[in-house]
Design a protein around this ligand. Structure first.
Ligand code: 1HN
Length: 345
């Protein structure tokens, strides 16, 4: 282990000025900022957004701002460590709560970042991704992969709300974030692939040698199937909580290149103390209530709440009633970069 490193103040002023004029700076005073010992020192702080607080604000946005003036009518969930207005909830995950009112449409666009939605409230909403109409039902996970055209519509009679998760911070950091716009898309007149090609786990359309498989073959994961799977795993599994990863049914890999989605079930009274993970995470409560402790901060959650944890957070969950949470994380990215890590507590 090296000694305490030299500081900028220790250097003569004329030398500092000459360095600045030459457009250089000494590394050693800044070294520990970018390479702390043992583990990262995240800027991200745990966040908690109750739906009780967000819902009236969203509905008010519906009165104040017509969707035409918003393109996407969204309230952004800003990381408390970065302050309100920050376009990120953790280092790698952007979160926003989006409102669409009956009869409204959000125009088609496509962009480099990928998005996924978890439906929070309301019936009759849908997203069209590359011509495929994806109904949005409570708890569903709906993907809009980077580069795919998507627009939203609403055929129901009550407000529809969903949680958007995007890998936007990463694309902004890379200076790779941009969008293109287009008119609403024509919709193919057929149910989405989750209802046709991937109706049952373990079955996929038979292919010929020369057939091509879409990169994102299934873009809607109906909640009812996730819940049924978790319930059976909880019923028959050994101790430990029931957890499932959302996967691409053709490859078995994560559903998007950088973001991963994991659903978990906690039975009433059950606790979970996962290992410290190198990923940051956002938890969305599909059903149930309970408490989580994230780096010593207690978060009491109820249905439709969202909370976050920085990288390497010490997390415990406890369910007061039977609970279902979806964890949004960046494990796919970290695995691609070769540094995903779990540390036992
Ligand atoms: C976006 O495309 C949507 O399509 C929502 O609904 C939120 C936030 C930042 C950039 C693109 C959407 C977004 C977004």
């Amino acid at each position: 282990m090296s000694e305490q490193l030299g500081t900028l103040e220790e250097l003569p002023e004329d030398y500092r000025n000459d360095m600045a004029s030459a457009g250089v700076a000494p590394l050693w005073p800044m070294m520990r900022n970018v390479l702390p010992h043992g583990a990262p020192k995240p800027v991200t702080r745990p966040g908690h957004w109750t739906y009780d607080a967000l819902r009236p604000l969203l509905l008010r946005a519906g009165e104040l701002t017509p969707v035409e003036k918003a393109e996407r009518r969204v309230l952004v969930l800003s990381d408390p460590g970065r302050g309100t207005g920050a376009m990120q909830a953790t280092s790698s995950i952007y979160l926003g709560m989006q409102l669409l009112l009956p009869g409204e449409t959000a125009p088609a666009h496509r962009h480099t970042p990928s998005a996924a939605r978890i439906i929070v409230e309301g019936e009759g909403g849908f997203t069209v991704v590359d011509g495929e109409k994806l109904p949005m039902e409570n708890g569903d996970l709906v993907l809009t992969p980077g580069g795919d055209w998507h627009d939203h519509g609403h055929e129901g009679s009550e407000p529809v709300v969903w949680l958007d998760a995007l890998d936007l911070p990463l694309f902004v950091y890379l200076e790779g974030s941009y969008a293109e716009e287009a008119p609403l898309q024509a919709q193919r007149n057929r149910p989405d692939a989750s209802e046709v090609e991937y109706r049952a786990a373990g079955l996929a359309p038979s292919r010929r040698l020369d057939s091509t498989v879409r990169r994102y073959p299934m873009m809607r994961y109906p909640w009812a199937r996730t819940e049924a799977a978790l319930r059976e795993m909880a019923r028959w599994g050994d101790d430990g909580i029931a957890e499932v990863d959302y996967i691409n049914p053709e490859t078995g890999q994560d559903v998007l290149p950088t973001m991963g989605f994991t659903a978990m079930m906690l039975e009433a009274g059950q606790s979970d103390a996962p290992p410290l993970r190198s990923t940051s995470a956002a938890f969305h409560v599909i059903k149930g209530s309970g408490k989580s402790v994230v780096n010593g901060e207690e978060i009491s959650w109820s249905p439709k709440d969202t909370f976050t944890a920085p990288v390497f957070a010490d997390i415990t969950h406890h369910a007061d009633s039977e609970a279902f949470l979806v964890r949004i994380h960046d494990r796919p990215l970290q695995e691609k970069l070769g540094y995903y890590e779990e540390r036992a507590k």
